[in-house]
Design a protein around this ligand. Structure first.
Ligand SMILES: CC(C)(COP(=O)(O)OP(=O)(O)OC[C@H]1O[C@@H](n2cnc3c(N)ncnc32)[C@H](O)[C@@H]1OP(=O)(O)O)[C@@H](O)C(=O)NCCC(=O)NCCS
Length: 183
């Protein structure tokens, strides 16, 4: 799916562009995700786990997400750089198509400017338009900033998975599941 390009004004007065990444933005997407993964242990991978992903593979991923009928990817561009990304994925099948999942990550330098909130407004609007009944996400224990954002948009914790993440130093962290009832 393609998100129609939109300009948003950030809390610092700067302008950001929200759009689905273009295939030629694949190198920028790789730079962004490696940076984001190096700044927090709350994301799925360590940055070096992206080293084996080539630009060609990333281009294929961008192309497939643009064409996927069940996925809406929105990236945030500031001064031509990708500084954040979010994805809304609609589940399929008769038993699960009432649900959709969301995921988000923004580069630290751009936290607190309202990008996360603006992305959630867009994903919730798209889910509403699609007829989604339940929006879901996961976050890792200690990610209070993310949890606060999710609660502000009506998500509530519905479950947890102990020992979901094992960090390099051996620390084990819980994963929390949240849902937002859309109707
Ligand atoms: C979580 C994340 C998406 C938030 O994005 P953001 O652009 O900083 O969010 P916003 O600026 O829209 O809003 C952040 C809000 O949280 C508040 N906040 C910040 N730290 C907080 C904390 N520790 N506890 C409670 N609220 C907090 C801010 O004051 C702000 O609220 P306000 O809009 O009322 O002022 C971003 O920090 C991020 O990408 N983190 C790293 C990756 C990650 O953890 N992704 C989620 C994985 S589940």
């Amino acid at each position: 799916m393609i998100f129609e390009q939109k300009e948003i004004t950030l809390k610092n007065g700067k302008t950001a562009i929200f759009k689905t990444p273009d295939v030629e933005d694949a190198p920028k997407m790789l730079d962004y995700i490696k940076t984001a993964c190096g700044e927090t242990h709350f994301l799925l991978r360590y940055p070096e786990e992206w080293d084996s992903v080539t630009v060609e593979q990333e281009e294929k991923w961008v192309e497939s997400s643009r064409n996927a009928p069940n996925n809406l990817t929105i990236s945030c561009y500031i001064d031509g750089k990708v500084v954040g990304n979010c994805a809304l994925t609609f589940l399929s099948g008769l038993k699960m198509s009432h649900r959709a999942t969301v995921a988000i990550a923004i580069i630290r330098e751009y936290w607190g400017l309202g990008i996360g909130s603006a992305m959630f407004r867009e994903m919730i609007a798209a889910a509403q338009e699609h007829g989604t009944e339940i929006l879901e996400l996961e976050y890792i224990e200690g990610n209070d900033r993310a949890r606060a954002l999710y609660e502000r948009f009506g998500f509530r914790v519905v479950g947890e998975r102990p020992n979901a993440f094992k960090l390099k130093d051996g620390t084990l962290l819980k994963e929390f599941f949240m849902q937002k009832q859309m109707k």
